[in-house]
Design a protein around this ligand. Structure first.
Ligand SMILES: NC(=O)C1=CN([C@@H]2O[C@H](COP(=O)(O)OP(=O)(O)OC[C@H]3O[C@@H](n4cnc5c(N)ncnc54)[C@H](O)[C@@H]3O)[C@@H](O)[C@H]2O)C=CC1
Ligand SMILES: O=C([O-])CC(=O)C(=O)O
Length: 308
């Protein structure tokens, strides 16, 4: 199993590290445009192999896509991150050009690749990869909901004063400060709805903190987060590489599901060796449906800025 990670920055390196630590891939190629940078990150990571006990071979490449040839899965993390006070949508001007070039270069050397899009604004970048590559829709996956759901569970555990392993919950919708739809009505503590334990105010706090999860970290760090993003990507890569049939909310091209068309947005999907093997349509309340609709309008507005 060969995995390429384009962009050897904070998120790309974290992805490579978590993938290697899980020891399921034979090879990870890191690629960046900064001369020597991906090679340096790869060498540093390889020097953790004997310490951390993995056999995955990590190599680096400066802009040489022939090194990525025959990749089964490629992760696109190249592009700029936001700074405090910015929205993810503001990154489109620079990141769209980068993501389009990277996706077409990947495909030239790996025609059967499955692409996981991370660069922001992620839902729009995922849509752009569809338009730019023409790959079948099961092979293009946007990572956002897996991360947002992890942040949702973190806040749920805090509010419940419970261990994270006790809680379950999912975030669908667009990966944006306003567009996320944390499904608080479906969230549980050991199969019991969290509304049995939490006041309306506490549940609202959980929802609002989840939605601004990325912005909160950007404010604290001066750039956006990388540990949880890298871990979330590694979970998606592993589900595909190991044909796990695991369910994650991912940005997926919709053709009528959830009443939406011609849009990539976060919905629950089953990930296995064929990428997105199924889009799962869950029953939403009227309020949740309205939030999903509003979220989709936001994503479509950003898609409208693309030159496709
Ligand atoms: N979808 C999600 O949940 C998340 C998305 N992100 C997004 O991921 C992206 C990367 O974030 P960071 O790693 O923190 O940024 P970073 O600045 O640390 O790394 C980005 C890397 O991309 C490289 N790059 C730029 N143009 C390139 C090209 N044409 N080809 C190859 N490499 C190129 C840069 O040299 C840099 O090393 C940002 O757009 C950020 O907003 C970050 C966290 C979570
Ligand atoms: O907040 C950002 O800009 C990066 C990101 O998508 C996240 O961490 O959720």
């Amino acid at each position: 199993m060969k995995v390429t990670v384009v962009g050897a920055g904070a998120v790309g390196a974290s992805c490579a590290e978590y993938i290697a630590m899980k020891n399921f891939a034979s090879e990870v190629v890191l690629l960046d445009i900064k001369e020597g940078y991906a090679e340096g990150k790869a060498m540093d990571l390889m020097q953790t192999a004997s310490l951390n006990g993995f056999d995955t071979k990590i190599t680096g490449s400066t802009s040489d896509y022939s090194k990525t040839a025959g990749s089964d899965i490629a992760v696109i993390t190249s592009g700029i991150p936001r700074k405090p006070g910015m929205t993810r949508e503001e990154l489109i001007g620079i990141n769209a050009g980068i993501v389009k070039t990277v996706a077409t270069s990947l495909l030239e050397h790996s025609p059967n690749v499955t692409i996981i899009v991370v660069s922001n604004p992620m839902d729009t970048m995922t849509y752009l990869v569809h338009k730019a590559t023409g790959l079948p829709k099961n092979k293009i996956i946007g990572m956002g909901g897996a991360l947002d759901s992890a942040r949702f569970k973190y806040r749920l555990a805090q509010a419940l004063e419970a261990p994270i392993s006790d809680v379950d919950g999912m975030v669908i919708g667009g990966h944006s400060d306003k567009g996320m739809v944390p499904l608080i009505g479906h969230a549980t503590r050991n199969s019991v709805k969290v509304s049995e334990f939490l006041s309306e105010d506490k549940m609202n706090w959980v929802v609002e903190e989840t939605k601004v999860g990325g912005a909160t970290l950007t404010g604290l760090l001066g750039t956006s987060a990388w540990y949880a993003p890298g871990a979330a990507v590694s979970g998606l890569v592993q589900a595909i590489a190991c044909d796990q049939k695991k369910m994650f909310p991912c940005s997926s091209l919709l053709e009528g599901e959830y009443g939406l068309n011609d849009i990539c947005i976060g919905v629950p999907v089953i990930l296995g060796k064929n990428g997105i093997e199924k889009i799962v349509e869950i029953e939403l309340s009227d309020a949740e449906k309205a939030k999903m609709q509003e979220s989709a309008e936001g994503v479509k507005k950003t898609n409208g800025l693309l030159d496709v």
